[in-house]
Design a protein around this ligand. Sequence first.
Ligand SMILES: Cc1ncc(COP(=O)(O)O)c(C=O)c1O
Length: 360
Amino acid sequence: MPIEFAERIRRIPVYPVAAGYDLGEDVAMLASNESCFPPLAQVAQAGAGALTGAHRYPDPSYAPLRRALAERYGIPPARIALGQGSCDILLAAGEALLEPGAEVVYAWPAFSVYPHLAAASGARAIEVPLDAEDRHDLDAMAAEITVATRLVLICNPNNPTSTAHDLDSIAAFLDRVPSHVCVILDEAYCEFALALGDTYASLELLRRYPNLVLLRTFSKVYGLAGLRVGYGLCASEDFRVAVDQVRQPFYLNAAAQAAAIEALRWQDEVERRVVQTIALRSTLEDGVRRLGLWAAASDANFIWLHLPEGLEESDVVMGLRDRGVLVRAGASLGRTGALRVTVGTERENERFLSALAELL
Ligand SMILES: Cc1ncc(COP(=O)(O)O)c(C=O)c1O
């Protein structure tokens, strides 16, 4: 007899991980929206330095990292949720907020982890299609909020379509959400968004909406995806307490904490990398458009393009892979006939564009 698992195991979708980790060194990894810049030497050293104390459990209060984030954003440490990547906070939010009979509202396609929250908890997922420009349809989302709604997820900029709403539109949406409904504004890519102003601008929303959480990560702009550190800037302490309650005490390892603290000290370098990424993004978008393809106006560190009719998405993805370029197929992200391509180094982007040109 096979092992009998909980019913929810049949409901939880398998996360569409990127293929190609076995392809060796000479591959352009443009499938997971990572930073194309490695961590700074000082950051890597801080992480490595923590290993000498690895016989001890990490500090479960995470006080130094909370303090560093609190200083940066002017928010009390008690209102900063931490997680093993922001995914961890999302999943914990699902566990803390959702249950059978409850509803979670989000746009689709959006970040592939969102469907897990409903599937794991037995809540109902209300997936609201994007508008004609592949952006969140905020009016349609507001119309889906009912007495059963417990959680709303807004991905801004949206993964996989790279589009963002400005903060006035987000505020107008938040005005329509009852204050007992938690809203997570997933800002994993906000540092790359020209539409959003600087990274402090959305903090103002925390003062106006007590049900709001800004979800951010060290995986993208800080180039620490491999260490798994995410954080939530919360309008109220309740959210942080609840997501801590549903997880194991030591969710953030010592090396990850040390590296994240050090990374926060190098904002000038982070800013330089953002500027470089935006310039590389713009060249990548232009290159795609020169090939006659539609690409969304990206506010992230990746681009989203539509393939011409008659061209099989899977053939293009495999063709790129054969040429040493890994990208993400739209089908695995909720929309067939599209590609999501991470902004890589200049060389990687050129490699992608010339491989794509060959395939078109
Ligand atoms: C929109 C969005 N949110 C959250 C995450 C999770 O990132 P992490 O768990 O690495 O912080 C990702 C990762 O790709 C993402 O695209």
